[in-house]
Design a protein around this ligand. Structure first.
Ligand code: GLU
Length: 910
């Protein structure tokens, strides 16, 4: 009751403040026979306004409908004049561009508001036209934003007519000259689009922008499906705002990404209500026939239809607003006269400042009279039909409302029903043929790291797979002339396979062509070469701890110190001693540091042995002290280094790094043809690698190999004349089994192996996620250990390594032989000197005794060979007190007054 009273009060108030509009306001609608929905929307909007007393309280709208052919502009003009003669306040429609321009020019002349709801790029400001359809430039910007948000690098535009190109001009403009080229193709007149679609398919394009009338969308998509262009890797952006009106049932399960914008949300409560009601009124108009539309609860509404409904409301609202400010009368106008409607422009201006909500969202115009602030829904086809995944508006651009989790779950669901074709090549230990007595078929034929990896991933995500070998057995390289890929990459691009799993390196070129998951293994390029040959130990290896220079410096220091000691000892008075301590007044003094004694002293200290006389003066002691310090350090350093030199095996390797390889030409080297290793050298800017690439290219026969196996064979057979540039993981596998080979130097780069898939694959994230999971669970490590160290002869070289390391500490004669040689040499020299001494002394005695040398030598020899006792009589010439026996040792010649001839006992003589 209260509500009713308030409404009545409001109406009365409005009546009071509003001026007098005519009771019946005629509005003209121009429709084509096929536009029955437009007409229904128009009629229904009029009914709705008439029943709502709030909008036009005292007047009623009356719909004057004229039908005409979309091509017939002459009749269109006649119909408009007819409507004007009956006194209309506005004209709505028509939808066809041919007729609309005529209608508009008449309306402009007569200053009658003309309301349009169609896409029209010839929008003129300052005219009597109000178009509720979003402005073409703004709409085009929405397409640009979406394509940018997706990160499409290249795409093909399929358009139907020139209007399509205008619609997409912003998209064409946004694509920079340095980006990948975009292709623009026109749909022909014929209804067979297959030849065109096939060409697009052959160009390996998977991103398509389709601009055609809503009626043709189904046919285009259907034919695309027939030729295999509706796979998981294809994405379609459809420019029509009415995609929700197309039957997409057949494409729901294909996995193709079909996206479009829409202006009207058919599931919005207001739209549902309105559409149901106008369907009902349509059924009533058909006199009792209950329309099937109502039974189906079909709420499909085209954007243009909804806009027509909104246009009538916009007109009514503006008319009402204008009514509050001026007296309006509507009069019939004749096309033949120069009469105009004086309120026409005012009404148009009111329409442009009105702000209201309609079926197509907020209806608002900018200062130029174009529709602004509207929001478009982004819709995508899923298994459940078209789903809203985000919105677009001119200020914020694209805003995806679907969360990452939702998108991921959707992908995982799709994956679960899939059987992927996995392309690979035979490469140990990634994929190998299984050794079995019976004939194996299907996936069972293969084993290896990559086979286990895909098995584990399939368990995580729940898909099936079929392994197929790439026909050319190659990884995939781009032919720079033909711009075509080969190997596994080609298989993916041709969509003959969904995944490529092998030791396939992620490279920049490949990443441009296909999609890669995150790496499942990290590696780098290194050199495979034969093991260095063991050097036979050096006989004089005991000299190795010190370099030749140090030995020379030591010998010089030894001589220098000996001479200095000799000079200082002669110089200092404290080294001059009484030769006979029992004689307090000796007639001469003696210095024990003869040059020979100095050398003996120095060598005794150097050998850590000492000698039986020592310096007494401070200066000579200083020399001795410093020399001892020097020998202490030198001998300790020598000893410490000696252990290492004697125990470590000396290996002879002509190359130790890539630099060594590059510097020489004797050892040839190469890499796998068409692989990422060869590409690394080809594309490198580093001078060493450029030189290596030129060298490899210049080799005849070619230094490149067809497979890694061939490379390994060439290294083995080359016996040191061939090195193979290979990936570290493969080297690791080879040297674990072939003990003759080894990795030389470190890694030249760092990269990874990834699983490749066709461009635009929706499964990349899910498969990357599965790889991460396996990595975190340690499964990848287990697989690596299994295939590198355990299976197929793994660990063969491990025993050898342990053996060599345990025997490394034992020193053979070869290691220390030199010391024996020195000993023997020393003994020999000693014997020779002894003979010389013997002869020399015998000759002296023989002279003194005036006997023959031979007789004297015979006597002495007889005595020496008798080998009895250690005493020998002295033949004296004179004797002094306590004088030591005249041993000719170079030290004691106290008086020089006696002659001894023979070796003397150390025992005192009685
Ligand atoms: N893994 C390399 C590739 O994907 C092949 C081996 C190589 O080039 O060393 O191309």
């Amino acid at each position: 009751m209260m509500e009713w009273l308030t409404q009545l009060l409001l109406v009365l108030l409005l009546m009071k403040f509003s001026n007098t509009l005519p009771d019946v306001i005629r509005i003209g609608g121009l429709f084509h026979p096929a536009d029955d929905k437009q007409e229904i929307a128009f009629r229904y909007a009029v009914e709705k306004i008439n029943s709502d007393r709030m909008i036009l309280p005292r007047s009623k709208l009356s719909a004057q409908i004229e039908k005409m052919s979309p091509q017939d502009s002459f009749h269109a003009s006649k119909k408009v004049c007819h409507l004007l003669r009956s006194g209309v306040a506005a004209i709505f429609g028509p939808q066809s561009a041919h007729t609309a321009s005529h209608v508009q020019s008449i309306c402009d002349t007569m200053e009658i508001p003309h309301l349009e709801t169609r896409w029209d790029y010839r929008l003129r400001r300052e005219s009597c036209l109000v178009n509720l359809y979003p402005h073409p430039t703004t709409l085009s910007k929405a397409y640009v934003d979406l394509v940018k948000a997706w990160g499409w690098k290249s795409f093909t535009i399929i358009y139907e007519n020139n209007e399509g190109l205008v619609r997409l001009q912003e998209l064409l403009k946004a694509h920079g000259p340095y980006e990948f080229p975009i292709t623009v193709r026109q749909l022909g007149e014929s209804s067979d689009y297959r030849p065109l679609l096939k060409q697009i398919k052959n160009s390996a394009e998977s991103h398509i922008v389709l601009d055609c009338s809503t009626e043709r969308i189904y046919d285009v998509l259907k034919q695309a499906q027939q030729i295999g262009m509706m796979s998981d890797y294809h994405s379609y952006l459809i420019t029509s705002l009415d995609l929700h009106g197309v039957d997409l049932e057949e494409f729901k399960y294909g996995g193709t990404n079909i996206t479009a914008f829409r202006l009207v949300d058919p599931d919005g409560p207001e739209v549902r209500k309105v559409v149901r009601e106008w369907n009902l009124s349509e059924a009533k108009n058909k006199k009792g026939e209950i329309s099937s539309i109502i039974r189906d609860n079909n709420t499909f509404v085209k954007a243009e239809t909804a806009l027509m409904y909104d246009a009538v409301h916009l007109f009514a609202k503006a008319l009402h607003d204008l009514d509050t400010s001026q007296q309006i009368d509507i009069k019939p106008l004749s096309c033949d006269a120069v009469d105009t409607w004086p309120h026409g422009y005012s009404l148009i201006n009111y329409m442009k400042i009105v702000e209201m909500r309609g079926l197509t969202g907020v209806i608002k115009f900018d200062h130029q009279g174009f529709r602004s602030d509207f929001v478009l829904d982004i819709i995508e086809l899923s298994k459940e039909g078209l789903k809203k995944i985000g919105t677009w508006n001119s200020t914020e651009g694209v805003n995806f409302t679907r969360t990452y989790g939702e998108a991921y779950t959707q992908i995982v669901e799709i994956i679960q029903n899939k059987t992927f074709v996995v392309t690979t090549i035979l490469s140990s230990p990634y994929v190998m043929r299984k050794e079995a007595s019976e004939k194996l078929t299907g996936n069972a034929q293969f084993e290896g790291y990559a086979v286990d990896l895909i098995h584990e991933i399939s368990r995580v995500l729940g898909f099936n797979y079929t392994i197929r070998l790439a026909p050319d057995g190659r990884y995939g390289s781009l032919n720079r002339e033909t711009k075509e890929w080969d190997g596994m990459i080609r298989e993916l691009l041709d969509q003959k396979a969904d995944l490529a799993i092998a030791d396939l390196t992620i490279t920049y070129d490949r990443e441009q062509a296909v999609d890669f998951t995150m790496p499942f293994m990290n590696l780098g390029i290194s050199i495979l070469y034969r093991k260095p040959i063991k050097q036979p130990p050096n006989l004089f290896s005991f000299l190795s701890p010190l370099s030749l220079d140090v030995w020379i410096y030591m010998a010089t220091a030894y001589l220098g110190v000996s001479v200095l000691l000799f000079i200082l000892a002669r110089f200092t008075p404290y080294e001059w001693q009484n030769p006979h301590p029992c004689n307090p007044n000796p007639d001469h003094l003696e210095n024990q540091f003869t040059l020979f004694n100095c050398m003996w002293f120095a060598i005794g200290s150097l050998m850590q042995q000492g000698c039986d006389f020592l310096p007494k003066a401070v200066s000579t002691r200083m020399v001795a002290g410093m020399w001892w310090f020097f020998t202490l350090i030198m001998i300790s350093s020598y000893t410490a280094n000696l252990a290492a030199f004697l125990t470590v095996e000396r290996m002879d390797s002509p190359i130790e790094s890539a630099d060594d390889l590059a510097k020489q030409t004797k050892i040839k080297y190469g890499a796998l043809r068409g692989g990422s290793t060869a590409a690394f050298f080809r594309d490198s800017n580093f001078s060493t690698y450029q030189r290596m690439w030129s060298f490899m290219e210049s080799q005849r026969p070619s230094a490149f190999t067809a497979s890694n196996v061939e490379g390994v064979e060439r290294v083995v057979k080359g016996r040191g004349n061939y090195a193979f540039l290979m990936e570290s993981t493969s080297i690791e596998y080879v040297i674990e089994r072939n003990c003759e080979l080894t990795q030389v130097g470190g890694m030249l780069d760092s990269k990874g192996y990834g699983i490749a898939m066709p461009p635009n694959s929706p499964f990349r994230t899910a498969i990357s996620g599965a790889i991460l999971k396996l990595q975190e669970e340690g499964k990848l490590h287990i697989l690596k250990t299994r295939w590198w160290k355990e299976k197929r002869g793994g660990g063969a070289c491990r025993d050898e390594t342990t053996k060599t390391s345990s025997t490394a500490n034992e020193l053979g004669l070869a290691n220390v032989g030199g010391v024996f040689v020195v000993l023997m040499g020393g003994m020999g020299v000693a014997c020779v000197i002894a003979v010389c001494e013997f002869v020399w002394k015998s000759r002296k005695v023989a002279v003194e005794e005036r006997s023959s040398l031979c007789a004297e030598m015979a006597t002495e020899l007889r005595f020496a060979l008798r080998c009895q006792g250690s005493t020998k009589p002295i033949r004296k010439k004179g004797r002094s007190c306590n004088a030591p026996t005249g041993v000719d040792d170079g030290r004691f010649h106290p008086l020089g007054s006696y002659t001894s001839y023979g070796f003397v006992s150390k025992e005192p003589i009685n």
